[in-house]
Design a protein around this ligand. Sequence first.
Ligand SMILES: Cc1cc2nc3c(=O)[nH]c(=O)nc-3n(C[C@H](O)[C@H](O)[C@H](O)COP(=O)(O)OP(=O)(O)OC[C@H]3O[C@@H](n4cnc5c(N)ncnc54)[C@H](O)[C@@H]3O)c2cc1C
Length: 531
Amino acid sequence: MTDSASFSADASVLYRDTAHNKATPTRVGILGGGTAGSTIAIRLAALGIETHLFEQKNSLIDGPPMCHLHAGGNLYREIPDEDCVALLKQCIDILRLYPYTIDVRPTVFAVPTRDEGQPEDLLPRLDKLTTAYRELIEEDELNKVLGEPEDYYQLYSHEQLLALAECEQVAVPRSIDEWMIPVAKYLDLNKIKYPLIVVQEYGWNIFRLAASATLALDAYDHTHVYTKTTVKKVSDNTPTADSHAPVLDTHATPRWRIDYQAKDGSKDYVDVDYLVNACGFETGIIDDMVGVDVTRMVEFKSSYITHWGQAGGQIPEIIIYGVRGTPEGMAQLTPYPDGYFQIHGMSKFITLFEDGLVASSKDSAQPVLPEQYLHYIKDGWDKAPLQARSQQAIDYVSEFVPTFNSARTVGNALYGAQQIPGEDDTLRVADVCLYTDKCYARAENVKASSTLLAADEIVGELQKLQLIDQDLPANRDRYAHEWEYLVHTDEGTVDAVAHSLASERGFPTAMAKVNHSLRELSLASLTPFAG
Ligand SMILES: Cc1cc2nc3c(=O)[nH]c(=O)nc-3n(C[C@H](O)[C@H](O)[C@H](O)COP(=O)(O)OP(=O)(O)OC[C@H]3O[C@@H](n4cnc5c(N)ncnc54)[C@H](O)[C@@H]3O)c2cc1C
């Protein structure tokens, strides 16, 4: 608990009456301290709910990564426009909740000449997104976190890029043209179709996200975070019809018992009124304990960390479109400070795996991944395949950024398995599944940005179940002010915690920094690329 920042529950608002007329706090158990569990915990903490958050790893948010804030979903040509607008809204909310986690730099989207699509195909959607962004700002000026709506996307012709290629690269780009100088210099301009599209989709840093969530939760004395702690069992306290147990008072008796074990071997349990399953790709294990039928998939994916000394300064993220799963799937070059780059390649030689997508069965809600990938998740990558895939990733990007062939592998990957609810593996927008009669919710975000929406729906459910008041001011005003924890957390504190998390996890500490922070560019009214 940080001394300066400690918020506690206001008993008059947050405590409910039991059948015995005894004031009892509503308790929520959250299993899994990834992005979903941690964000839901922050949302509930802000309402004063007594929350128990369990994470088996040493620290929060150390699962499958995120590097891209999908503020418009433009990486995915195949998803419906309305999903893109939903992603835009979610990302703006997330950016307001976690402002110190964002690297403010644009993303370049290139359609390669070998691709059947045309850049123009994307323009109607980009116009819809611009309109949606403008409307969100009209609703609330604080939503203006991606710059001016008219700058949301821009187009560059071949001629403009040839001219920019002659300009000198600047150390700290301040305008879109300045960002585009290195793109014009390094991208093979003969291998792409025009116009080239640039969008205000920013970078999202996992180390800074883990640090921000940790600091936020640390500030609430009614939130209990158990790291290095595995939930072993959940049991429904409700007596069954044929049970001989005395009938429990459902208001006075907590609904769920959570049995857990810490890494030091100690065991204990807590009782809670409401259970949130946020176990990521392992949510099916808890679903099986709870006894709900679910159809889902789980996919193992990996991205690779490389170092490129010749970037000559900061560059935007570069996306080369391609058809997922083919040898020419999308390539994604994501910049970090000090010459580090994260690479995705949506082919089965790089990010995807031949047998990496598995589905649940009629006997279990938990899809079973091949042993090899479970071993990578638990113990880390084996050196030889990691080196081979990292080099393939460098070669993949070099086809379009030829000088990137001088990049070197650094023996590191950001990877993991993610759940995809249902049977459609192109789904990118999903948030939560609610089981009102069971006082149970399962977070099922495919993208990390959907987590706040999941939290909102859980709050609605707690109100419906009368576990919290209908009309809490903190709930009513979620969008009307900034998050309380931000008042007590600054960029420097996030820097320090993110730095030590990167180091503990074996990553270059430069990756815990961002090139362009929101703070640098003024939080409330960002005009990051205005000349
Ligand atoms: C390679 C890759 C790249 C990605 N890139 C992006 C991106 O750029 N942008 C984006 O938005 N999304 C991205 N994603 C998706 C994103 O990573 C996921 O949406 C997100 O991490 C899911 O968060 P979660 O909290 O639901 O699950 P997780 O992060 O998996 O968290 C679940 C947690 O539960 C814990 N847990 C499980 N069982 C137990 C138990 N019994 N007891 C205690 N703890 C338990 C686990 O240890 C884990 O920490 C990417 C995914 C991958 C694989």
